[in-house]
Design a protein around this ligand. Sequence first.
Ligand code: CO
Length: 141
Amino acid sequence: MIGRLNHVGIAVPSIDAAKATYRDLYGVPESAMTETRELPAQGVRFAFVNVANSQIELIEPLGAESPIRKFLERNPNGGQHHVCFEVEEIYAARDAMLAKGAAVLNEPRIGAHGTPVIFIHPKNSNGVLIELMETPKAARA
Ligand code: CO
């Protein structure tokens, strides 16, 4: 079974502009936002906006081949891209998903939190792209 909701992924044309929205409209202080970083292998720039009980992951395309580009062509102002739940062990989660016939979109790879992640096709989850991420070891009680 999935664990806690880790974050909601929002694709945006500009992380800087999106950070300004969370700061100016929703009152999130800069100190609650991470530096913008890059994951070149996945074609994204990203930053996290910390809120009381979860995080918003802002994702911006990086490079011409970024998988986020197509999404932004359909949603030019940005939009909700994925929802991420934590799992205890990524390979066990992948095997369970495959055994249930779900479309696992990638082999486990290191995600924005530095732990391995997989994505499950939206067709398996009411049209929502689901990210499963291994709980960071330091966060385990
Ligand atoms: Co994510």
